[in-house]
Design a protein around this ligand. Structure first.
Ligand code: SF4
Length: 699
């Protein structure tokens, strides 16, 4: 038996684990590996959540695709075909749409779970082979507001600009809209360690989550009011003389603008807007400002709003005003969600970016990347549109008519999902590469069964900017191919016979050159180094460089080295409650499912732990509606209706209901969500919309 050191297929913590080969069982398709602890990996020290412990189950199982599928135009059903035939059909279809409607009628939608190599090659494929500007990915739905805010404030976007271990050294942490006790339990030890060291934890969440139960103080603002809350905290800091004036003078610009904006958020007004009592607001401001060191960490709860970027800027303002950035034990960070949400946005999957986190509109960046790719910079397309806009316009005049989806399931995970489903159905050609027949794949004209995680080698970049190596432990099933192979074969069929290797390390070597000199510089990182060092933090510009676990200690990443305050003010959610829709809906995750659930819903142990959607509501509201525990309720927004059993708990505000978003069908939470976009990040407003709730008798 051999054990391969690798990492979990799921979230951005990228826990280390071992995969031990075991004798194949009696059942065909039974896992040939089992998950074992890897205590030497520093991030999780052997600990895994239920998803990680059961990760081997996704490698086998009856749901696994094992041959390409092609939709038969006569019967409308998906039929197994050879790889040759499937790839010929995809290449011909993409070429045909481009010939009839122009190359801008072809688009690509990637995923935050793809390895760096796949994300890189997918971006290159879109821009060099398809020559389309229309590429984006589902990470747009994840942490794009934190990315936009960090870039504006610090000049660099790296989820955490410090290692996770620094959390345990902070004097006070504000965790805004994150629930790691549920979503990444092994990370909780950093927060409990911080409290054992005397630090204080403040959790901001409309629900008293499992994480909130570990907090010294839980603030429960109304959904969509975090900006007001953060600005109210800054107001108290200013009014009570808690500013770090030396830090503001030495390392920042723009404080006066932020101060003026914060003064409009006096405590009584903030209480009115958020529902957070003034004494709690004052207590939180004094706890945070009074601590020697401190951090604000945001996650989707604060970020997935039509004002998500400004909300994160407000949290950054608080850090800067109290001197809690750019020094050990202090700073702003974002708890990235998807496995490679960080790397996925660094290597060219985003509509406005080139590898190395370079801007697609920067002539020098274009010249550098075009040089690596061996093309004329003028031939590189310009920026396209964001993920939701790409899907929203699909199949319409001016939108894409052919779409390649790689590692994403927008039918479940996109906002206003029924509309997105209709748009996908209207395409001339939908191609989906995935490991199972996801709800999006089920709509496709061609489905390509892809190798996954333990079946192929590739790098991922965790939420702390640590580039790690997932090593192949088993061969993919017969009939399954890697996404790199798909891109190589399609490129060749579309006339680009070079520059698309399907060996991961070869792709990574090119990625290193493409990223060299960029913000996310991987030039000094190699597979050998990652293996020897348990990962390497970017930027790492050359082989002798030690990597950069902590950013901003000397200067921030802006041209003048100073961090930027922003004058940001509260504004209501894009959709407010009214007589017809009197409640807020907020959406989120449960511990035993991951994202759209395409993989985890097919793992028996996880499915048993979290078998279906539910609607969480307060006893007061349940009483008014005449709803008992487990009874079916209907939640209706301006976009549709979803039904699920009631789960009654006083851990949620009486004016708010909560649904997890992992399931399709009648209980699909994203049928309800609002696709209103943040003007900068183009993040949809997943976290708040107006709904009504009623008893239901049928699904
Ligand atoms: Fe996997 Fe995340 Fe769970 Fe770790 S916390 S085992 S990376 S899902």
């Amino acid at each position: 038996m051999t054990t391969t050191d690798t990492h979990c297929p799921y979230c951005a913590l990228q826990c280390g684990m071992g995969l031990r080969t075991v004798a194949p069982g009696d059942t065909p398709g039974a896992p040939a590996v089992e998950v074992v602890e890897r205590p030497g990996f520093p991030v999780n020290r052997g600990a895994l959540c239920g998803k990680g412990q059961n990760a081997a189950a996704v490698l086998a199982g009856a749901a696994r695709l094992s041959a390409p599928l092609l939709r038969d135009p006569r019967t409308g059903t998906l039929e197994e075909v050879s790889w040759e035939r499937a790839l010929d059909r995809v290449a011909a279809g993409l070429g045909d749409v481009a010939a009839r409607h122009g190359r801008e009628a072809v688009g690509v939608f990637g995923g935050g779970g793809l390895t760096n190599e796949k994300a890189y090659l997918l971006g290159k494929f879109a821009r060099v082979v398809l020559r389309t500007p229309y590429i984006d990915y589902n990470g747009r739905f994840c942490m794009s507001s934190a990315a936009a805010a960090s870039r504006a404030a610090f000049g660099v976007d790296r989820g955490l600009p410090f290692p996770l271990e620094d959390i345990a050294t902070a004097g006070c942490v504000i965790l805004a809209g994150g629930n790691p006790a549920e979503t990444m339990p092994p990370a909780l030890r950093y927060f409990t360690g911080m409290r054992e060291n005397g630090g204080r934890l403040i959790v901001v969440d409309p629900r008293r989550t499992r994480t909130a139960r570990h907090a010294d103080l839980h603030l429960s603002p109304a959904p969509g009011t975090d900006l007001a809350l953060a600005s109210g905290l800054l107001h108290v800091v200013i009014a009570d003389g808690l500013l770090d004036r030396e830090f503001i003078a030495d390392r920042t610009t723009g404080f006066e603008e932020a101060r003026a904006a914060a003064m409009a958020h006096w405590p009584e007004r903030v209480e009115e807007l958020t529902g957070v009592p003034v004494p709690q607001l004052r207590e939180a401001a004094h706890l945070f400002a009074g601590a020697e060191t401190g951090m604000v960490l945001t996650a989707r709860g604060s970020e997935q709003h039509s004002k998500g970027t400004d909300t994160v800027r407000a949290w950054i303002n608080l850090c800067l005003a109290t001197g809690k950035a750019g020094r050990p034990g202090s700073g702003f960070g974002c708890l990235t969600g998807q496995g490679n949400g960080q790397g996925g946005r660094e290597h060219g999957q985003k509509s406005d970016q080139l590898p190395g986190y370079r801007s697609l509109t920067d002539p020098r960046a274009r010249a550098h990347v075009a040089g690596v790719w061996g093309v004329d910079p003028d031939d590189l397309p310009g920026p396209g549109v964001s993920g939701y806009e790409l899907l929203d316009r699909a199949g319409t005049a001016g939108g894409v008519r052919a779409l390649l989806v790689m590692g994403s399931n927008p039918v479940v995970s996109a906002p206003h999902a029924s509309h997105v489903t209709d748009r996908l159905r209207s395409l001339d050609l939908l191609v989906v590469s995935d490991v199972v027949l996801s709800e999006t794949a089920a709509l496709a004209d061609v489905v390509l069964p892809s190798a996954q995680w333990a079946e192929e080698t590739g790098t991922m970049t965790s939420l702390e900017g640590r580039v790690i190596l997932r090593r192949a432990a088993v061969a993919p099933p017969e009939g399954v191919r890697s996404d790199l192979y798909v891109l190589k074969e399609l490129a060749a069929r579309l006339g680009v016979g070079r520059g698309f290797p399907d060996e991961p390390e070869e792709v990574f070597e090119e990625l290193r050159r493409a990223s060299a000199g960029g913000v996310a510089d991987y030039a000094g990182i190699s597979y050998a180094r990652i293996g020897a060092e348990d990962g390497v933090f970017w930027p790492c510009p050359d082989a002798a460089h030690p990597g950069t676990p902590r950013l901003f200690l000397e200067r921030f990443g802006t041209p003048d080295g100073r961090a930027r305050f922003a004058g940001v003010v509260h504004r209501p959610p894009a959709e407010e409650t009214d007589a017809r829709f009197p409640l807020y809906l907020t959406t989120g995750r449960v511990g035993s499912q991951y994202q759209s659930g395409a993989q985890t819903r097919r793992v028996p142990a996880l499915n048993a732990a979290a078998p279906g959607p539910f609607v969480e509501l307060h006893p007061w509201l349940a009483d008014r509606l005449g709803v008992g525990e487990g009874q079916l309720v209907a939640v209706t927004s301006r976009r549709g209706r979803a039904t699920a059993p009631a789960r009654i708990t006083d851990a949620i505000r009486p004016d708010t209901v909560f649904m997890p978003f992992h399931w399709p069908g009648p209980g699909r939470a994203n049928t309800l969500t609002n696709p209103a976009l943040d003007p900068e990040s183009r993040m949809p407003e997943f976290k708040v919309c107006a709904v009504r709730v009623e008893r239901a008798t049928e699904e």
